[in-house]
Design a protein around this ligand. Structure first.
Ligand code: NAI
Length: 308
Protein backbone atom coordinates (compact mmCIF):
# COMPACT_ATOMS: atom_id res chain seq x y z
CA UNK A 1 0.00 0.00 0.00
CA UNK A 2 1.31 3.43 -0.97
CA UNK A 3 1.25 6.50 1.27
CA UNK A 4 -1.56 7.63 -0.96
CA UNK A 5 -4.75 9.55 -0.22
CA UNK A 6 -7.93 9.63 -2.30
CA UNK A 7 -10.15 12.64 -1.65
CA UNK A 8 -13.75 12.53 -2.88
CA UNK A 9 -15.10 16.06 -3.31
CA UNK A 10 -12.79 18.67 -4.84
CA UNK A 11 -14.74 21.67 -3.57
CA UNK A 12 -13.44 24.16 -1.00
CA UNK A 13 -12.87 21.61 1.76
CA UNK A 14 -11.49 18.78 -0.41
CA UNK A 15 -9.09 21.09 -2.25
CA UNK A 16 -7.94 22.71 1.00
CA UNK A 17 -7.29 19.30 2.57
CA UNK A 18 -5.23 18.45 -0.53
CA UNK A 19 -3.38 21.78 -0.30
CA UNK A 20 -2.50 21.19 3.36
CA UNK A 21 -1.32 17.66 2.50
CA UNK A 22 0.91 19.07 -0.26
CA UNK A 23 2.38 21.79 1.97
CA UNK A 24 3.02 19.29 4.79
CA UNK A 25 4.47 16.82 2.28
CA UNK A 26 2.98 13.84 4.11
CA UNK A 27 1.96 11.59 1.20
CA UNK A 28 3.38 10.20 -2.03
CA UNK A 29 0.22 10.81 -4.01
CA UNK A 30 -3.14 12.55 -3.75
CA UNK A 31 -6.04 11.66 -6.09
CA UNK A 32 -8.99 14.05 -6.32
CA UNK A 33 -12.43 12.82 -7.38
CA UNK A 34 -15.47 15.02 -8.07
CA UNK A 35 -18.59 14.64 -10.20
CA UNK A 36 -17.62 18.04 -11.53
CA UNK A 37 -14.59 16.83 -13.50
CA UNK A 38 -13.75 20.30 -14.73
CA UNK A 39 -13.45 21.46 -11.13
CA UNK A 40 -11.35 18.45 -10.09
CA UNK A 41 -9.05 19.01 -13.06
CA UNK A 42 -8.63 22.70 -12.28
CA UNK A 43 -7.96 22.04 -8.58
CA UNK A 44 -5.43 19.31 -9.38
CA UNK A 45 -3.59 21.60 -11.81
CA UNK A 46 -3.47 24.46 -9.33
CA UNK A 47 -2.20 22.12 -6.61
CA UNK A 48 0.43 20.58 -8.91
CA UNK A 49 1.86 24.06 -9.39
CA UNK A 50 2.31 24.38 -5.61
CA UNK A 51 4.42 21.20 -5.46
CA UNK A 52 7.75 22.85 -6.52
CA UNK A 53 7.44 25.04 -3.40
CA UNK A 54 6.58 22.11 -1.16
CA UNK A 55 7.81 18.53 -1.45
CA UNK A 56 7.78 15.47 -3.68
CA UNK A 57 4.13 14.58 -4.15
CA UNK A 58 1.94 13.68 -7.11
CA UNK A 59 -1.46 15.35 -7.31
CA UNK A 60 -3.90 14.11 -9.93
CA UNK A 61 -7.53 13.83 -10.94
CA UNK A 62 -8.53 10.34 -9.96
CA UNK A 63 -11.21 7.70 -10.17
CA UNK A 64 -12.40 5.23 -7.55
CA UNK A 65 -9.74 2.80 -8.83
CA UNK A 66 -7.22 5.06 -7.08
CA UNK A 67 -8.54 3.68 -3.80
CA UNK A 68 -6.92 0.33 -4.66
CA UNK A 69 -3.44 1.48 -3.59
CA UNK A 70 -4.55 4.28 -1.25
CA UNK A 71 -4.13 3.85 2.51
CA UNK A 72 -6.89 6.32 3.26
CA UNK A 73 -9.89 7.96 1.59
CA UNK A 74 -11.52 11.22 2.66
CA UNK A 75 -15.15 12.08 1.90
CA UNK A 76 -15.74 15.82 1.53
CA UNK A 77 -18.39 15.72 -1.19
CA UNK A 78 -21.96 16.81 -0.80
CA UNK A 79 -24.54 19.36 -1.75
CA UNK A 80 -25.22 22.66 -0.02
CA UNK A 81 -28.58 23.63 1.47
CA UNK A 82 -30.92 25.17 -1.11
CA UNK A 83 -33.27 28.04 -0.20
CA UNK A 84 -36.42 26.60 1.37
CA UNK A 85 -34.84 23.20 1.90
CA UNK A 86 -34.97 21.79 5.44
CA UNK A 87 -31.89 20.42 7.24
CA UNK A 88 -33.50 16.99 7.11
CA UNK A 89 -33.99 17.15 3.35
CA UNK A 90 -30.35 18.14 3.00
CA UNK A 91 -29.33 15.33 5.32
CA UNK A 92 -31.23 12.79 3.22
CA UNK A 93 -29.52 14.02 0.07
CA UNK A 94 -26.03 13.93 1.53
CA UNK A 95 -26.71 10.55 3.15
CA UNK A 96 -27.47 9.11 -0.27
CA UNK A 97 -24.36 10.69 -1.82
CA UNK A 98 -21.98 9.61 0.94
CA UNK A 99 -23.44 6.11 1.06
CA UNK A 100 -22.95 5.67 -2.71
CA UNK A 101 -19.42 7.09 -2.54
CA UNK A 102 -18.47 4.70 0.30
CA UNK A 103 -19.73 1.75 -1.80
CA UNK A 104 -17.40 2.76 -4.64
CA UNK A 105 -14.48 3.21 -2.26
CA UNK A 106 -14.87 -0.14 -0.48
CA UNK A 107 -15.56 -1.99 -3.75
CA UNK A 108 -12.04 -1.01 -4.76
CA UNK A 109 -10.35 -1.42 -1.39
CA UNK A 110 -12.21 -3.10 1.49
CA UNK A 111 -9.31 -2.37 3.89
CA UNK A 112 -8.98 1.35 3.27
CA UNK A 113 -9.33 3.76 6.22
CA UNK A 114 -12.25 6.09 5.54
CA UNK A 115 -12.49 9.58 7.04
CA UNK A 116 -15.84 11.38 6.74
CA UNK A 117 -15.80 15.20 6.69
CA UNK A 118 -19.11 15.98 4.94
CA UNK A 119 -21.79 17.39 7.25
CA UNK A 120 -23.70 16.48 9.28
CA UNK A 121 -20.57 14.46 9.92
CA UNK A 122 -21.79 12.44 12.94
CA UNK A 123 -25.00 11.21 11.30
CA UNK A 124 -23.24 10.40 8.02
CA UNK A 125 -20.51 8.52 9.88
CA UNK A 126 -23.16 6.50 11.73
CA UNK A 127 -24.89 5.60 8.47
CA UNK A 128 -21.63 4.13 7.18
CA UNK A 129 -20.89 2.38 10.47
CA UNK A 130 -24.35 0.78 10.41
CA UNK A 131 -23.87 -0.22 6.79
CA UNK A 132 -20.40 -1.69 7.39
CA UNK A 133 -20.46 -3.02 10.99
CA UNK A 134 -17.27 -4.99 10.37
CA UNK A 135 -15.38 -1.77 9.60
CA UNK A 136 -15.74 -0.01 12.97
CA UNK A 137 -12.01 0.54 13.20
CA UNK A 138 -11.65 1.90 9.67
CA UNK A 139 -14.51 4.39 9.47
CA UNK A 140 -14.72 7.56 11.52
CA UNK A 141 -15.61 11.22 11.15
CA UNK A 142 -13.56 14.35 11.84
CA UNK A 143 -16.20 15.20 14.46
CA UNK A 144 -15.08 17.89 16.87
CA UNK A 145 -11.45 17.92 15.75
CA UNK A 146 -12.06 21.39 14.30
CA UNK A 147 -14.12 22.63 17.26
CA UNK A 148 -11.40 21.45 19.66
CA UNK A 149 -8.80 23.40 17.67
CA UNK A 150 -10.98 26.51 17.92
CA UNK A 151 -11.24 25.89 21.67
CA UNK A 152 -7.48 25.52 22.11
CA UNK A 153 -6.85 28.62 20.02
CA UNK A 154 -9.16 30.72 22.19
CA UNK A 155 -7.77 29.29 25.45
CA UNK A 156 -4.26 29.98 24.17
CA UNK A 157 -5.17 33.59 23.50
CA UNK A 158 -6.81 34.00 26.90
CA UNK A 159 -3.84 32.48 28.77
CA UNK A 160 -1.15 33.78 26.39
CA UNK A 161 0.18 30.24 25.97
CA UNK A 162 0.94 28.35 22.76
CA UNK A 163 -2.24 26.35 21.96
CA UNK A 164 -0.02 23.33 21.31
CA UNK A 165 0.62 23.22 25.08
CA UNK A 166 -3.10 23.28 25.80
CA UNK A 167 -4.97 19.98 25.87
CA UNK A 168 -8.69 20.53 25.79
CA UNK A 169 -11.58 18.94 23.95
CA UNK A 170 -14.95 19.86 22.63
CA UNK A 171 -16.93 16.62 22.54
CA UNK A 172 -20.30 15.25 21.41
CA UNK A 173 -21.98 16.40 18.23
CA UNK A 174 -20.08 18.50 15.69
CA UNK A 175 -22.86 21.05 15.94
CA UNK A 176 -25.08 22.93 18.32
CA UNK A 177 -25.20 20.32 21.11
CA UNK A 178 -21.42 19.97 21.41
CA UNK A 179 -19.89 20.70 24.83
CA UNK A 180 -16.51 21.64 26.35
CA UNK A 181 -14.69 19.13 28.54
CA UNK A 182 -13.53 21.62 31.18
CA UNK A 183 -12.94 18.89 33.78
CA UNK A 184 -10.03 17.50 31.72
CA UNK A 185 -8.61 20.70 30.20
CA UNK A 186 -4.92 21.08 30.97
CA UNK A 187 -1.91 23.28 30.32
CA UNK A 188 1.22 21.20 30.06
CA UNK A 189 0.29 18.38 32.42
CA UNK A 190 -1.50 20.57 34.96
CA UNK A 191 -5.26 20.82 35.26
CA UNK A 192 -6.48 24.20 34.02
CA UNK A 193 -7.90 25.27 37.40
CA UNK A 194 -4.60 24.49 39.19
CA UNK A 195 -2.16 26.60 37.22
CA UNK A 196 -4.46 29.14 35.58
CA UNK A 197 -7.86 30.30 36.74
CA UNK A 198 -10.60 31.03 34.22
CA UNK A 199 -13.82 32.41 35.61
CA UNK A 200 -17.20 30.84 34.81
CA UNK A 201 -18.10 33.97 32.84
CA UNK A 202 -14.91 33.62 30.74
CA UNK A 203 -15.58 29.93 30.22
CA UNK A 204 -19.06 30.68 28.91
CA UNK A 205 -17.72 33.37 26.57
CA UNK A 206 -15.00 31.09 25.20
CA UNK A 207 -17.42 28.24 24.54
CA UNK A 208 -19.96 30.58 22.89
CA UNK A 209 -17.21 31.75 20.54
CA UNK A 210 -16.31 28.16 19.69
CA UNK A 211 -19.94 27.25 19.02
CA UNK A 212 -20.63 30.30 16.89
CA UNK A 213 -17.35 30.30 14.95
CA UNK A 214 -18.72 28.44 11.91
CA UNK A 215 -21.81 30.70 11.69
CA UNK A 216 -19.61 33.80 11.84
CA UNK A 217 -17.16 32.55 9.20
CA UNK A 218 -19.96 31.39 6.88
CA UNK A 219 -21.66 34.81 7.20
CA UNK A 220 -18.42 36.46 6.11
CA UNK A 221 -17.12 34.15 3.39
CA UNK A 222 -19.82 31.50 2.72
CA UNK A 223 -17.89 28.45 3.94
CA UNK A 224 -15.10 27.33 6.26
CA UNK A 225 -12.15 25.41 4.88
CA UNK A 226 -8.66 26.44 6.07
CA UNK A 227 -8.93 25.03 9.59
CA UNK A 228 -10.74 21.83 8.58
CA UNK A 229 -8.18 21.46 5.77
CA UNK A 230 -5.28 21.75 8.22
CA UNK A 231 -6.99 19.54 10.81
CA UNK A 232 -7.82 16.80 8.32
CA UNK A 233 -4.27 16.88 6.92
CA UNK A 234 -2.96 16.51 10.48
CA UNK A 235 -5.28 13.53 10.97
CA UNK A 236 -4.06 12.03 7.68
CA UNK A 237 -0.44 12.42 8.82
CA UNK A 238 -1.31 10.61 12.07
CA UNK A 239 -2.87 7.77 10.03
CA UNK A 240 -0.16 7.45 7.36
CA UNK A 241 2.70 7.61 9.88
CA UNK A 242 0.91 5.41 12.42
CA UNK A 243 1.45 8.07 15.06
CA UNK A 244 -0.96 6.56 17.60
CA UNK A 245 -2.13 10.02 18.59
CA UNK A 246 -5.16 10.81 20.75
CA UNK A 247 -7.66 12.97 18.87
CA UNK A 248 -11.37 13.75 19.27
CA UNK A 249 -13.11 12.07 16.32
CA UNK A 250 -16.60 10.77 15.64
CA UNK A 251 -17.18 7.04 16.21
CA UNK A 252 -19.78 4.73 17.73
CA UNK A 253 -19.85 5.39 21.47
CA UNK A 254 -19.36 2.62 23.96
CA UNK A 255 -22.42 1.07 25.56
CA UNK A 256 -21.01 1.76 29.00
CA UNK A 257 -21.96 5.42 28.70
CA UNK A 258 -25.57 4.22 28.50
CA UNK A 259 -26.24 6.12 25.28
CA UNK A 260 -28.06 5.20 22.07
CA UNK A 261 -25.74 3.72 19.42
CA UNK A 262 -24.83 7.07 17.91
CA UNK A 263 -21.56 8.24 16.40
CA UNK A 264 -20.21 11.29 18.19
CA UNK A 265 -16.87 12.71 19.21
CA UNK A 266 -14.86 11.25 22.03
CA UNK A 267 -11.07 10.96 22.16
CA UNK A 268 -9.59 7.96 20.32
CA UNK A 269 -6.10 6.66 19.55
CA UNK A 270 -5.55 7.01 15.82
CA UNK A 271 -3.01 5.16 13.70
CA UNK A 272 -2.47 3.43 10.37
CA UNK A 273 -5.41 1.03 10.81
CA UNK A 274 -7.76 3.82 11.91
CA UNK A 275 -9.15 3.76 15.45
CA UNK A 276 -6.67 1.77 17.54
CA UNK A 277 -8.33 2.42 20.87
CA UNK A 278 -11.01 4.45 22.62
CA UNK A 279 -10.20 6.65 25.60
CA UNK A 280 -12.56 6.19 28.50
CA UNK A 281 -13.33 9.50 30.19
CA UNK A 282 -14.23 10.28 33.75
CA UNK A 283 -16.93 12.88 33.09
CA UNK A 284 -18.41 15.32 35.59
CA UNK A 285 -22.19 15.06 36.21
CA UNK A 286 -22.79 18.11 34.00
CA UNK A 287 -20.65 16.66 31.20
CA UNK A 288 -22.54 13.35 31.41
CA UNK A 289 -25.79 15.24 30.90
CA UNK A 290 -24.29 17.18 28.00
CA UNK A 291 -23.12 13.95 26.38
CA UNK A 292 -26.56 12.43 26.84
CA UNK A 293 -28.18 15.49 25.25
CA UNK A 294 -25.82 15.39 22.25
CA UNK A 295 -26.54 11.68 21.78
CA UNK A 296 -30.30 12.33 21.86
CA UNK A 297 -30.04 15.11 19.28
CA UNK A 298 -28.04 12.83 16.97
CA UNK A 299 -30.37 9.87 17.52
CA UNK A 300 -33.33 12.03 16.55
CA UNK A 301 -31.61 13.22 13.37
CA UNK A 302 -30.73 9.63 12.46
CA UNK A 303 -34.25 8.34 13.10
CA UNK A 304 -35.62 11.14 10.88
CA UNK A 305 -33.72 9.84 7.85
CA UNK A 306 -35.80 8.39 5.06
CA UNK A 307 -33.04 6.09 3.78
CA UNK A 308 -32.57 3.94 6.89
P1 NAI B 1 -18.35 22.45 -1.95
O1 NAI B 1 -19.73 22.64 -2.45
O2 NAI B 1 -17.31 23.49 -2.25
O3 NAI B 1 -17.79 21.03 -2.44
C1 NAI B 1 -18.55 19.87 -2.47
C2 NAI B 1 -18.12 19.12 -3.73
O4 NAI B 1 -18.76 17.84 -3.72
C3 NAI B 1 -18.55 19.81 -5.03
O5 NAI B 1 -17.39 20.11 -5.80
C4 NAI B 1 -19.45 18.78 -5.71
O6 NAI B 1 -19.30 18.76 -7.12
C5 NAI B 1 -18.96 17.48 -5.08
N1 NAI B 1 -19.91 16.38 -5.18
C6 NAI B 1 -21.27 16.39 -4.96
N2 NAI B 1 -21.77 15.16 -5.14
C7 NAI B 1 -20.73 14.35 -5.44
C8 NAI B 1 -20.62 12.97 -5.73
N3 NAI B 1 -21.68 12.15 -5.72
N4 NAI B 1 -19.40 12.47 -6.01
C9 NAI B 1 -18.30 13.26 -6.02
N5 NAI B 1 -18.34 14.59 -5.78
C10 NAI B 1 -19.54 15.12 -5.49
O7 NAI B 1 -18.48 22.28 -0.37
P2 NAI B 1 -17.32 22.43 0.70
O8 NAI B 1 -17.28 23.81 1.21
O9 NAI B 1 -16.09 21.81 0.15
O10 NAI B 1 -17.88 21.52 1.89
C11 NAI B 1 -17.94 20.12 1.75
C12 NAI B 1 -18.56 19.49 2.98
O11 NAI B 1 -17.68 19.65 4.09
C13 NAI B 1 -19.90 20.12 3.41
O12 NAI B 1 -20.78 19.09 3.79
C14 NAI B 1 -19.51 20.96 4.61
O13 NAI B 1 -20.59 21.18 5.49
C15 NAI B 1 -18.44 20.06 5.21
N6 NAI B 1 -17.58 20.69 6.22
C16 NAI B 1 -17.30 19.90 7.30
C17 NAI B 1 -16.53 20.41 8.32
C18 NAI B 1 -16.26 19.54 9.50
O14 NAI B 1 -15.68 20.00 10.52
N7 NAI B 1 -16.67 18.28 9.45
C19 NAI B 1 -15.98 21.79 8.29
C20 NAI B 1 -16.30 22.49 7.06
C21 NAI B 1 -17.10 21.95 6.08
Amino acid sequence: MKNKITIVGAGMVGATVAHSVVMKNIAEEVALIDINEKLATAQAMDLQHAVPFAGQIEVKVGSYEDCRDSAVAVITCGVAQKPGETRLELLNKNAKIVSGVAEEIFANNPDIVLVVVTNPVDVLTRILLEKYPEKKQQIFGTGTLLDSARFRHLLGKKLDINPKSIHAYILGEHGDSEFPLWSNASVGNMKLGVCQEISDQEKTEIFEQVKNAAYKIIAGKKSTYYAIGAGTAYLLEVILRNKKTVLPVSYLVDEKYGLPAVSLSMPAIIGRRGILGKICLDLSEEEKLNLQHSAEVLEEAYQGLSII
